[in-house]
Design a protein around this ligand. Sequence first.
Ligand SMILES: Nc1ncnc2c1ncn2[C@@H]1O[C@H](COP(=O)(O)OP(=O)(O)OP(=O)(O)O)[C@@H](O)[C@H]1O
Length: 561
Amino acid sequence: MAPPEAVPQQEPEQGQEQEQGQERRPAQAAVLEARSVSKRFPGVMALDDVSFSLRAGETHALVGENGAGKSTLIKVLTGVHRPDGGELRLGGQPVRFARPFEAQQAGISTIHQEVNLVPLMSVARNIFLGREPKNRIGLIDFARMHREATELLDGFGIRVDPRKPLHTLGIGTRQMVALARAVSVDAQVVIMDEPTSSLEPREVETLFRIIGNLRGQGIAVLYVSHRMDELYRICDRVTVLRDGRHIHTGDLAGLDRMRLVSMMLGRDLSEVRRTGLTRFDGDGRDEGNSEGRDEENDAARPPERTPALTATGLNRRHQLHDISLSLYGGEVLGLGGLLGSGRSETAKVLAGALSLDSGEITFGGRTLRRLGSAGAIRAGISLLPEDRKAEGIVPGLSVRENIVLAAMPRHSRFGVVSRRRQDRVVGIFMRRLRIKASSPEQPVGELSGGNQQKVLLARWLCLEPKVLLLDEPTRGIDVGAKAEVQSLIDDLAREGLAVLLISSDTEELIEGADRIVVLRGGSVAGELEGDAVTESQLLEVLADHSPAPTGKAPAAQEDPR
Ligand SMILES: Nc1ncnc2c1ncn2[C@@H]1O[C@H](COP(=O)(O)OP(=O)(O)OP(=O)(O)O)[C@@H](O)[C@H]1O
């Protein structure tokens, strides 16, 4: 442990809520420090005089609303961006990273949400890429490489043939390979950006175990997630950013959850609870804000029992087997299941985005078997896809254009849409979903990841569909906006919309859905209704049938496209 003088500025001074972060642990050496770091983009101060330090062996949560500056800070720490002001220190020494490679060489590894590995290469190759063990004549020593890869993955509790091409593995296992790579390069710091967003529960447990190992080895982990439960489970300290500024750093244990959320939002959470995050006074129409979203109103929801959409015997080779379900107006139907269970495929089939081998979808008295996705949208079925980056965001277009893109035919007269109407709709959604952009005219490509997602969500919501299929609508979205999205879904259902909700967040599924159909291996494994819609019941259906660790068919996990 370094003497105290080696760790100046252990606790940054400028945090407004510094007094909250009382530390009980003895001071530890800062491995990586940012001192008064600033980073400006045109029109926005993404980081404004931010100081922050990571200690050896700690797991440190980095939290904040979408657009708070988390990714920018990570990019500064990993050499993607150079700061406009301030400095970085590694092991007490000032450092500058001109490129990400230099940060990596210095022992700072990152694991992104989208894993950047080489899909066609073997697992072992991916782990040792650029550092492959060589034999005496300079060729890759495959036997040793495979042995070392196996040992490394074994240590993570992962059984996988290191010779297998990476693309044959599920997303979760791929992420573990990325982690194995990160750790095997003598990392001092591992940065994890939303690492669990595409993992299933069992894999999340493995990840947490690995984080525990890293801690034991004195490696510092910087952990970005919007999932509060995870943060409280695995993180020692937390740093809150808001609008590019450092707000708080302190121990997580003992920090009230509401307090943390209100620091992120810059608002008192009880007030948020009472009034909703946004108010629409002056909009001239009631958008149904969060007021009145109390539980007692749920009971008042009229039990409408004519299906808006019925699917019967849906079959799709290797993916869906005889799936039947009904969606009712005024109801949120949850679709539960593990990764690869066929949830997304079901939603895509319902939206006409995937074809069927057999089966029938009836909507508004018509059979939709041969409707493509354009036809489905025209008929009033909208799908918010899971892979929103690949399926919809147009980075070069403005926030306004991205939101109105699909809806405009509906709002147009002879193809001309009044700009006033556009501005009004866009204004409502930007406020309601708290889309952080310098103006509606800012290119969407410049927004933070979470804000891009909100823009896409707004696009589908303003289509005014009759059936809305939402695949992971709140993934990557901050707590404040999450509450808004959830209340919006609720409001929409209340207005008579039929909603299908897919969410890996079991809490969201339980709280958001009136009824849950659980899928497993592309078939319906069970259905929960009424009082049975509880977390334990859901887990039971999921667990009862959860596939054995090795018995999982990799093909079922892969994206069908
Ligand atoms: N390349 C860029 N050009 C212009 N503005 C940018 C760029 N990158 C980030 N910004 C802006 O900087 C601010 C901080 O964004 P950042 O991506 O760091 O947020 P974040 O906290 O990671 O959000 P999220 O939770 O949504 O990922 C945002 O206002 C964003 O629009």
